[in-house]
Design a protein. Structure first.
Length: 393
């Protein structure tokens, strides 16, 4: 394993950079899927009714805004301090400050991914293969960069570099001031892969991304040089469908480790410096995971929500009452774990045992992207374009 230099906690200097390999053409499967059988019915499965329970907490809507519908794509808001940036498929980009629109702009053309932002810049991608960056303070367009590739994930925005992940899993580093391409990272991938809305995680000078074939890769933010590759799961099976083992959710970075989960594969945590396995076990997910100082939390491909010991991977609890509900990636929120589903419900689970603490239906529209932390609460975007800031009472 190669080591990683700079930016990621205590990762040591790189021993040898991995070579970027030319990415060939891939066939894509939708994710998150209810089935990988290409001959199966495309009709959505019937969603079982939710069970009654006695609430121990309350979810409250602090404010509600609107942006354009996402039309089935995985749009997710970006949070910068107390500001929320959101985008819709029709090109609308809005900044909310404490629930009030600070500005609203309309990009030229339809958007294919949600917004990424920091205190200076907000960036979106169009379905014509262009990245548009606007001033975070006033919404004025700063630059437009044609990249001639489909983008399904929100850009990752830093003061120096905007990182864009294309649907064929190339990473592009664009200059934050001008939009000029500074570097590209690409690698060989399997012939069949899940279609993913997951972007990248940036920590200091390191960019971390999950890949088809059960891989997690770290590259240098400044030049796109590969620093480390971790094998979360190895493809297995007789057919290409059986061998799909993609990391489609965002990896989770700890103080000295990186954790990730693969579809039809494994979940595990690995040493950040060496890539050595700390622990791993068989579990499958298309949406990913979150963690706190004690446990990791993930949603499996049958909509079960798991808590695992962060040091050993041992099971702590499983919440299995969300079958067929298309549950999102979990988010840790204080003493709770939050997930949302395809019927517009937000579910609050007790972090200690996974029991249901609260439930709130936002609207009759699916929530596909995981909630985002907003101060002590959260913000959620529905497929219909509703933006909801919630708090726990």
């Amino acid at each position: 394993m190669n080591a990683v230099t700079g930016g990621f906690r205590s990762w040591p200097r790189v021993a040898a950079a991995l070579a970027g390999l030319l990415l060939g053409g891939c066939s894509w499967l939708p994710a998150p899927p209810t089935t990988l059988n290409p001959f199966a019915s495309s009709a959505s499965p019937k969603v079982p009714p939710l069970e009654e329970f006695t609430p121990s907490a309350t979810l409250k809507v602090d404010w509600h805004g609107e942006v354009g519908a996402s039309e089935g794509l995985g749009f997710q808001p970006a949070v910068v301090g107390s500001s929320v940036f959101a985008a819709g498929r029709d090109g609308t980009v809005v900044r909310f400050d404490d629930g009030r629109p600070a500005w609203k702009v309309r990009a030229e053309g339809k958007l294919s991914a949600g917004v990424g932002a920091n205190a200076r810049l907000a960036a979106v991608a169009t379905d014509k293969g262009a990245v548009i960056a606007v001033d975070a303070a006033n919404g004025q367009v700063k630059w437009t960069a044609p990249i001639n590739a489909e983008v399904l994930a929100p850009p990752a925005v830093t003061d120096a570099i905007v990182v864009v992940r294309t649907s064929d899993h190339r990473l592009l580093g664009l200059d934050s001031a001008t939009g000029k391409q500074k570097w590209i990272y690409q690698r060989a991938n399997p012939p069949l892969a899940l279609r993913s809305f997951a972007g990248v995680v940036v920590d200091g000078n390191v960019v971390v991304a999950g890949y088809p074939g059960g891989k997690v890769v770290a590259v240098n933010l400044n030049n796109g040089v590969a620093l480390m590759e971790v094998t979360v799961a190895s493809p297995k099976g007789a057919t290409e469908l059986e061998r799909v083992a993609d990391v489609t959710g965002l990896p989770v970075l700890g103080r000295q480790e990186i954790c990730a989960v693969a579809y039809q594969g494994r979940v595990g945590c690995f040493e950040a410096g060496s890539g050595n396995t700390l622990w791993s076990r068989e579990l499958s997910s298309t949406v990913g995971m979150d963690r706190d100082s004690r446990q990791v939390y993930l949603t499996d491909d049958k909509d079960g929500v798991h808590a695992l010991d962060g040091s050993t991977g041992a099971s702590a609890w499983k919440q299995a009452k969300f079958s067929q509900r298309g549950v999102t990636r979990p988010m840790v929120l204080g003493g709770f774990v939050v997930v949302a589903d395809r019927e517009g419900y937000v579910h609050l689970l007790q972090k200690e045992d996974g029991s249901l603490a609260a439930r709130l239906r936002l609207e009759r529209s699916a929530v596909v992207a995981a909630p985002r932390a907003l101060g002590p609460g959260m913000v959620v975007q529905t497929q219909a374009g509703g933006i909801y800031a919630l708090s726990v009472q």
